[in-house]
Design a protein around this ligand. Structure first.
Ligand code: 1CP
Length: 346
């Protein structure tokens, strides 16, 4: 059963995802919900991140905030990559200013069994929040998301955020069967988490493999790619799938082997180069998020440079090359949205 059929192709975002010609270049921003918006800080006051993620009215409100303020062409569901892990009973907290912290890291054969499958009944608040959003969003599509198995596993194995992912890599090399046990269970959890969101009405999904760039191509192919492919298979032939990683210039081609329709490109690879390497893919990206902090003249010229570089691509969804930085001025993000829309209206 696909929800995509009911969606008007008038959506520039969905048209671009499908490789059709949109009425203008669509734009949305990774991490557009939360972070820099004053109305977000107000809505979140006194609530922990995971409490907020399991409160449907709050999730719907925070998801809507950037849509109202910026007029972006898609909403991204307000949640976090660790929400499905918390939902199956993993003791994970999101510590302000740090990120996800896991009380008992996963490093042994016995730990593999601590990862049970996700059941839709574990996340009723996701279905409920998306139900509220689909009504409120009208024509604007909602993007559901999940963390890719490698990125999620890195939090589980390290116990929290890590620069070098050393314990994760050591586990892969010394106990590959434990690694594949953890990653394959995570793939099933991610796939189900994406499926629940699509069933509830999400019209596209993004798989965030934020830290995959830490792997060599050979290690990516052996330890991460099969699990990301399995996660994305859960929603194949239903909605467009976007696949994104940071510092993954050396993995661009390998990452397309997951089958995702859209390749997210970070700000380190010019889109014209990405287009030559991936002629069959719609590209998403890739303004450096730091440029949002530059003056208006630089911001507009860098935005134009991204639009120009994307001209050779099969299709283009304008975005940042990674998430909105916390110090970003909302007025600058609005300026970018308006400029992309005006410059590309057909
Ligand atoms: O637009 C949005 O903000 C949508 C919601 C969203 C998304 C898509 C959040 C809310 N998190 C994410 C994805 C996410 N979470 C990723 C992938 C995207 C990326 O690379 O930016 C990752 C790696 C995480 C893990 C995570 N959760 C971190 C990063 C820690 C690290 O390793 O450096 C952090 C800081 C969080 C907490 C979090 N998630 C989201 C918010 C608004 C917050 C801050 C919570 C707070 O203020 O307490």
């Amino acid at each position: 059963m696909s929800n995509a059929a009911a969606v008007p192709t008038a959506s520039p975002f969905l048209a671009a995802c499908r490789g059709e010609a949109p009425s203008r270049t669509p734009v949305w921003f990774m991490r557009q919900a939360g972070r820099s918006l004053p109305e977000y800080k107000q809505a979140r006051a006194g609530t922990t991140m995971l409490e907020a993620c399991s409160t449907p009215e709050l999730v719907a409100e925070i998801t809507m905030q950037p849509v109202r303020r910026y007029g972006v062409d898609a909403a991204i569901f307000f949640s976090d990559i660790v929400v499905p892990l918390a939902a199956i009973g993993v003791d994970v907290k999101i510590v302000p200013g740090v990120g996800p912290v896991v009380a008992e890291p996963f490093r042994t054969e016995a730990d593999v069994k601590r990862l049970r499958n996700l059941d839709p009944c574990d996340v009723p608040y996701i279905t409920e929040a998306i139900g509220l959003l689909v009504k409120e969003l009208g024509e604007t599509p909602l993007i559901g998301f999940a963390g890719a198995p490698f990125t999620l596993a890195s939090y589980l194995v390290e116990g929290g955020p890590s620069r070098d992912h050393a314990k994760t890599k050591a586990l892969m090399k010394s106990q590959p069967e434990v690694w594949h046990g953890i990653a394959s269970r995570l793939a099933a959890i991610c796939g189900e988490f994406l499926r629940v969101q699509v069933e509830a009405g999400a019209q596209a999904v993004q798989l965030f493999d934020s830290w995959a760039g830490a792997l060599s191509e050979a290690d990516y192919r052996r330890f991460a790619l099969p699990h990301s492919t399995a996660a994305l298979a859960g929603v194949a032939n239903s909605v467009p799938r976007i696949h994104f990683g940071v510092g993954t210039g050396h993995l661009l081609e390998a990452m397309t082997e997951t089958g995702a329709e859209v390749s997210g490109v970070d700000f380190r690879i010019p889109l014209d180069q990405a287009a030559k390497r991936l002629p069959d893919k719609v590209l998403q990206g890739n303004l450096d998020p730091a440029v949002i902090l530059a003056d208006d003249e630089a911001l507009i010229s860098e935005t134009d440079a991204v639009l120009e570089a994307a001209k050779g691509a099969k299709g283009h969804i304008f975005n940042l090359g990674h998430g909105v930085l916390p110090d970003s001025d909302p007025a600058k993000l609005k300026l970018v949205v308006d400029h992309v829309h005006e410059a590309t209206a057909r």
